[in-house]
Design a protein around this ligand. Structure first.
Ligand SMILES: [Zn+2]
Length: 102
């Protein structure tokens, strides 16, 4: 997905629309399972970490149904106001395989 480097957006600090610089948030260390999918996996008796008396009866994390199901990630953008230099996060991310700044 192509995203413009600059955009007019509402600044909650200036309380009006101003020119903003668009930045992608730094990549976080991806965990193989999110907390939510661990909870769902635990309900089905698949997740690790609730004690198994030392036995290895649970499959590897990569064998779980929920892991790696999605190919795209939601964009996580940060808008920096050019007037007050403060930044705020985007409201909602859109799914995209690749993010490109134009
Ligand atoms: Zn501002």
């Amino acid at each position: 997905m192509k995203i413009p480097k600059q955009r007019k957006a509402y600044c909650p600090y200036c309380k009006k629309h101003t020119e903003h610089k668009v930045n992608a948030t730094k990549k976080k260390q991806a965990s193989s399972l999110t907390y939510g999918s661990k909870v769902r996996a635990r309900r089905r008796g698949q997740a690790r970490g609730t004690g198994n008396l030392g036995r290895y009866s649970k499959p590897a994390v990569t064998k779980f149904k929920m892991t790696g199901a999605k190919q795209s990630k939601k964009t996580d953008l940060r808008y920096e106001c050019k007037v007050c230099k403060k930044s705020h996060l985007q409201g909602k991310g859109k799914r995209a395989k690749r993010v490109e700044f134009v």
